[in-house]
Design a protein around this ligand. Structure first.
Ligand SMILES: [Zn+2]
Length: 265
């Protein structure tokens, strides 16, 4: 026996429910910067981060992350807990991370976003967030002039730490930086082989730069010598006054010569 409380139809879609659709329940706030501040229709668990509560639902988190799935369905103590404390995580980073799992209106990807999202995506094994970050890094690499040296080093560190693609492209970019720009706080945490790789490339770049400078110097020297020799050849053989075209005697010396030797004949 089925009691139909209400029904609604729209086009070909016909929905029948056993009770009234609750009109007063709180929809998930897609426009909010922090949609998790209070409970919404469907939220069934609270994450406590830095002492502050975040209302979420187990199904959505489990859909994205095998770690959350195990936390809610497995043998963890958290299974039936209504509040779960998340340690060693920044509240704002967690909000940004969670927003990626829900239908939010907009979000901006920048270096700070990567710093927040990548460690959490790594820990909670949400692999498809990585490709979002990789796309962003790819776009940054396309316009190397507009990104700062510090940003290049930061992106290199992210690729190195989380095994993202673009590691090689960033090694090429950062090997053109000065040693002072390379030795920032993003350099020390790099893996040893990446450090060696970067410094080797830096040395090769320095060699190439030095060879290019030598060539430039040689070209300049040759040009200078040519000018100097030409300037000296193009002088009057008698008085050394500068001549415009070919070597010989200047106009004054020719006139003098003619005066002295020809006109008195
Ligand atoms: Zn002369």
């Amino acid at each position: 026996m089925s009691a139909v409380g209400s029904s609604s139809s729209m086009g070909n879609v016909k929905v029948e429910t056993e009770s009234e659709i609750p009109s007063s329940s709180r929809r998930f706030p897609v426009d909010s910067e922090n949609p998790f501040e209070s409970s919404f229709n469907g939220s069934d668990v609270v994450l406590v981060v830095e002492g502050k509560k975040l209302y979420v639902d187990k199904k959505t988190l489990s859909l994205h992350s095998p770690v959350f799935e195990a936390m809610f369905d497995g043998h963890f103590r958290e299974k039936d807990a209504e509040e779960i404390e998340i340690k060693d995580t920044k509240y704002n980073a967690m909000v940004r991370f969670l927003r990626q799992m829900y239908p939010v209106k907009s979000f901006q990807i920048d270096d700070e976003f990567l710093a927040d999202i990548l460690p959490l995506a790594d820990f909670y094994q949400v692999d498809h967030f990585r490709s979002k970050c990789e796309d962003y890094i790819g776009q940054q690499i396309q316009r190397p002039v507009t990104i700062t040296a510090a940003s290049k080093m930061f992106l290199l560190l992210m690729c190195d730490r989380f095994s993202l693609k673009h590691l090689n492209a960033l090694l090429v970019l950062t090997s053109k930086l000065s040693i002072r720009q390379i030795k920032t706080n993003h350099f020390e945490p790099l893996q040893s082989n990446t450090k060696v790789n970067l410094l080797e490339r830096r040395c090769m770049c320095a060699e190439e730069e030095s060879a290019a400078k030598d060539k430039q110097m040689n070209n300049a020297r040759t040009a200078f010598t040519k000018d100097f020799v030409w300037a000296n050849i193009c002088a009057c053989k008698n008085c050394a006054a500068k001549l415009d075209k070919k070597p010989g005697l200047c106009r004054d010396c020719v006139t003098k010569f003619l005066d002295e030797h020809l006109l008195c004949v």
